[in-house]
Design a protein around this ligand. Structure first.
Ligand SMILES: C[S@@+](CC[C@H](N)C(=O)[O-])C[C@H]1O[C@@H](n2cnc3c(N)ncnc32)[C@H](O)[C@@H]1O
Length: 240
């Protein structure tokens, strides 16, 4: 189940999960409010201190997730509003919401989920998400209701393969672009990532030609945040 491409609306489609992961800022807790198969979380690389929380209101879905997620990922079976209430009191949380899309923009115009959305649920959802204090990423097909409701939010489009072919989807985000939680999918597509990988290999080869202690110094310097690097650069006597 975890990461299954067969789930309706799964973000496992080529291009979808990569585009979303490329917008997830560094955080302590990543919460998928409408997990389904949780394709995005299944592709996120885990690191110490990073917590992933999955939630789906459908009991069967949450049970299948529970049986298939690796240790360390927590699964809930609640309404998304209860999860927001519980986690929005913490700092450094990113809420990812891939809700059932508005019926009027679905290609098939039919229900996909045991717990689906009516327009009144979409309106509730919009006001709940607008009130969140932490960072939020919402995915949906571009539509007037979302565009006006999240007018001031940042928007990034991507293409996703759906049952009825390639469709344009949009991410709505209440924060500016920043350092990523996971940079494994940086680049526009596979070819672009290959170009980046070749560059990284070239730089690594060059570095490996230096004496070991110089390599260590450069790696330490490169991994410092730029503010710290500026501080060091401006420290009187640094070069003495
Ligand atoms: C678009 S699908 C999510 C697909 C998912 N991103 C993936 O990669 O598979 C929406 C999910 O929201 C769940 N859902 C519907 N209403 C909900 C609610 N009120 N609270 C939490 N989950 C809900 C549905 O059971 C469904 O699994």
């Amino acid at each position: 189940m975890f990461g299954s491409a067969g789930y309706p609306g799964s973000k496992m489609a080529m291009g979808a999960y990569q585009a979303i992961i490329n917008q997830i800022p560094k955080c302590k807790v990543f919460v998928e409010l409408f997990a389904g198969s949780a394709a995005v979380s299944s592709k996120l690389s885990m690191s110490p201190g990073f917590i992933v929380v999955l939630n789906d209101i459908d009991y069967e879905i949450s049970q299948s997730l529970l049986l298939s997620v690796p240790a360390g990922i927590t699964v809930y079976n609640k309404d998304y509003r209860d999860i927001i209430k519980a986690f929005d009191v913490l700092d450094n949380v990113v809420f990812f919401a891939d809700p059932p899309y508005e019926m009027s923009v679905r290609s098939s115009q039919r229900k996909y989920y045991r717990y689906d959305f009516e327009t009144s649920d979409t309106l509730d959802f919009i006001s709940s998400m607008s009130a969140v204090s932490n960072k939020v990423i919402i995915t949906h097909y571009p539509c007037d209701l979302y565009n006006t409701s999240f007018e001031s939010w940042r928007k990034v489009d991507y293409e996703s393969m759906t049952r009825s072919g390639l469709r344009l989807e949009r991410m709505y985000m209440n924060y500016e672009a920043s350092m990523l939680q996971c940079c494994d999918y940086v680049g526009n597509d596979y070819t672009d990532r290959q170009r980046l990988l070749r560059k990284a290999i070239r730089w690594k080869r060059k570095l490996s030609m230096l004496p070991a202690n110089e390599q260590q110094y450069i790696v330490k310097y490169m991994s410092m945040p730029s503010e710290t690097v500026d501080d060091i650069y401006l420290t009187p006597g640094f070069y003495s």
